[in-house]
Design a protein around this ligand. Structure first.
Ligand code: G4P
Length: 527
């Protein structure tokens, strides 16, 4: 029953999100290099799930196996302990990313200067904004030609709904890229491709009318910078940390991750302003990190790649108190005590057993099937952390048993894979048939393969043309009953018995909403 305030205040736990290829992996790697957590570039990269592997799910599963090591990357920087939670870039694993975002205290969004805001950036930022997660933006690849800085800022505001404040500003781009002006500290940082960005590249110029600026970057670029900085200062609000912490203002940085340029500015600002571990809402009450009593929740489950060992690793975010090895904790859903002899922490490439962990930390717990996503451990209090929703899936298939002797294995396998969050299972209200809903098509292959190799069960799929599944509720019980009567054919239950409406098309969903105004349609499960 204690909390170590010193350790708690040292934690900064965040995620990096982006559309694939914007430079998330490269940026992560540069941050780890700064923190001394890795020695050579490429260490993270080699674990990345390559886009080219979309058709080869075995390769993806293999790489996912490796990626356990990079699920959490921790390093020390300026006496802070930074935890970067890895978010899979592959879009078929987007749900993993959504859930990981429940375990971070802030995020950095990476944008490709040439592509601007892309589809996946939008989806992921939306999830962050639902929780008011503080967001920083890094605009990457300034060594290439891209969109105009102001146009990009407009796009961030319009497409992502962010209020932005540039804290650095590029001097040219592509071939003409000279460096960035650090608006936060009023310094010019000059660009040298693949340079180490050492001291001599940084020139302090507090007054932009200083003639040295013209000497350094040329008069044309200097004048352009003066004009643009003037515009930035007159158009955008001043940086206000409190507004950033409330998720209402996003600082923006420009740079080139591969050239290690602008990354230190981002990191230095991050360690100064990013939030330490924040409170987390539970159904019962708000849980503060500085409370003495330990609590934590599981946000991700990773299966062992070795089919002979069906054990898994459950990733737990510590929310309050101190977690101790070999201590009895209450598994709230199962209402029983459990203790953990080998809780694991992750330091970049290294895994090690830890004796203690503090709020903001993520530990891996070896599990033989006791955990589901969202499960809570405490010292005895009945807490259920909120905000770990399922999202309405986009691809659907009926699942059939292909081996009548193995229906038990099939049921068990399906149940466990659903607990891991691989996909969602729905049971039709009219005929009891099972439907699997996923975010990406790849999961169907993963499920089939894993059922066979881990559970000895075989399944076949049957195509099903559905647009969306959404959860339905109504304040008026009679109206809900009537709706169920009339729409039985389009209804199913999720694993918690919640009622789900299966819409065949966007049009039929719209019609159902119009014809049943008393019914509420929800697109994620925590309403
Ligand atoms: P991701 O994790 O967001 O998917 O992106 P990742 O870091 O893997 O970067 C995607 C591609 O963009 C990589 O090239 C990477 O080298 C390149 N890149 C990252 N930062 C910069 C930058 O600042 N400038 C430029 N010009 N390119 C950048 P690739 O060809 O796909 O991979 P690789 O062969 O270089 O490893």
């Amino acid at each position: 029953m204690s909390v170590n305030l010193k350790e708690l205040k040292r934690r900064r736990t965040f995620g990096i999100i982006s559309h694939p290829d914007a430079g998330k992996t490269t940026l992560t790697e540069k941050l780890l290099l700064f923190g001394g957590a890795i020695q050579v570039a490429g260490a993270v990269k080699s674990n990345k799930i390559k886009r080219s592997a979309t058709s080869d799910f075995m390769e993806i599963e293999r790489q996912r196996g490796i990626s356990v090591a990079t699920s959490v990357m921790a390093f020390d920087y300026r006496n802070l302990k930074i935890n970067i939670l890895d978010t899979p870039g592959h879009q078929d694993f987007q749900e993993d990313t959504y859930r990981t975002l429940t375990a971070v205290d802030s995020v950095i969004v990476v944008i490709d200067v040439a592509k601007g805001v892309e589809a996946q950036t939008e989806k992921l930022v939306n999830v962050c904004r639902m929780r008011n997660t503080p967001i920083m933006v890094f605009i990457n690849k300034l060594d290439r030609e891209g969109l105009d800085g102001f146009d990009l800022l407009d796009e961030l505001e319009q497409k992502l709904g962010l209020t932005v404040r540039p804290l650095s500003w590029p001097i040219g781009m592509g071939q003409r890229f000279k460096g960035v002006y650090n608006l936060y500290e009023q310094k010019i940082i000059l660009f040298r491709p693949h340079g180490k960005q050492d001291e001599e590249d940084v020139v302090e110029i507090t007054d932009l009318s200083d003639g040295r600026l013209d000497e350094l970057v040329g008069t044309a670029a200097a004048d352009e910078l003066r004009e643009e900085v003037h515009m930035v200062e007159s158009v955008y609000p001043k940086f206000d940390r409190e507004a950033y912490l409330r998720g209402e203002l996003s600082p923006v940085f420009f740079g080139s991750a591969i050239n290690n340029f602008g990354v230190r500015e981002l990191l230095d600002c991050f360690v100064e302003v990013a939030p330490p571990p924040l409170s987390r809402p539970a159904e019962e009450r708000e849980v503060k990190p500085e409370e003495g009593s330990f609590s934590g929740f599981v946000f991700k489950i990773h299966a062992n790649m070795d089919p002979k060992h069906r054990d898994r690793i459950a990733f737990m975010r510590i929310c309050s108190g101190t977690f101790e090895r070999n201590t009895n904790y209450l598994h709230v859903r199962q209402n029983r005590k459990m203790k953990f002899p080998n809780p694991t922490s992750f330091m970049a490439e290294k895994k090690m057993v830890v004796d203690e962990a503090f709020p903001g930390d993520v530990i891996g717990l070896y599990d033989s099937g006791n955990f589901k996503i969202g499960d809570t451990l405490t010292e005895g209090e009945e807490l259920h952390f909120k905000g770990i929703p399922s999202f309405s899936p986009e691809q659907f298939r009926y699942v059939n048993n292909a081996d009548p002797m193995k229906y038990k294995q099939l049921d068990k396998g399906l149940e466990q894979l659903m607990d891991e969050g691989v996909a969602q299972l729905f049971v039709k209200e009219d005929n009891g048939r099972k439907i699997i809903g996923t975010v990406g098509a790849l999961q169907f292959d993963v499920i089939q393969y894993r059922l066979e190799h881990e559970y000895g069960a075989r399944c076949t799929y049957e195509g099903l043309n559905l647009h969306k599944a959404c959860w339905v509720t109504a304040k008026d019980e009679k109206a809900l009953k009537e709706f169920i009567q009339r729409r039985k054919r389009d209804l199913a239950r999720d694993k918690h018995g919640q009622l789900v409406y299966l819409a065949e098309s966007a049009w039929s969903l719209k019609m159902a909403q119009e014809n049943h105004p008393e019914i509420e349609f929800h697109f994620k499960s925590d309403f």
